[in-house]
Design a protein around this ligand. Sequence first.
Ligand code: FES
Ligand code: FES
Length: 167
Amino acid sequence: MSEQSKMDVTLTVNGNTRTVSVEPRHLLADVLRHEFNLSGVHIGCAHGACGCCTVHLDGTPRLSCLTFAVQCDGRDIKTVESLGGIDATHILQQAFKSEHGLQCGYCTPGFLMTLAPYVSKQIELGEMPEEADIREAMSGNICRCTGYHGIVAAVKKAISSQLTERA
Ligand code: FES
Ligand code: FES
């Protein structure tokens, strides 16, 4: 494709604003991985079935394999790299570690980005959700390793740690 058919898009990714030149067919997932070097954006199925590629678009979880980068011009994107580093891990990352919410870890960025807003909402409401509600919240994400039990336990642990702190 010629340079002429490329388009400039300005994305704010994890707080940094940058303009990149992309083809209209380029997926947000690929642009984040290859232009922004954010390898935490994992691609599993590439057709919207597994949830591995979930990022936040203007604060809402979104499948980056079903989103064209040109649709995101001027918008705010957060990837799993924004959640926390080694020295400042997010409560959900801590709970995934303590409750064995991961094995190979391939699905983990997607689960974290799907569940972090859910956990925040429950903490704000001051309520521990029913297990069925947690499973519904993560029903768009597939994990081939854990059997989901550890992931559900991690969500409960992240919420309960904050509710206990407040009590
Ligand atoms: S890679 Fe996007 S949903 Fe599977
Ligand atoms: S931990 Fe391996 S796919 Fe979920």
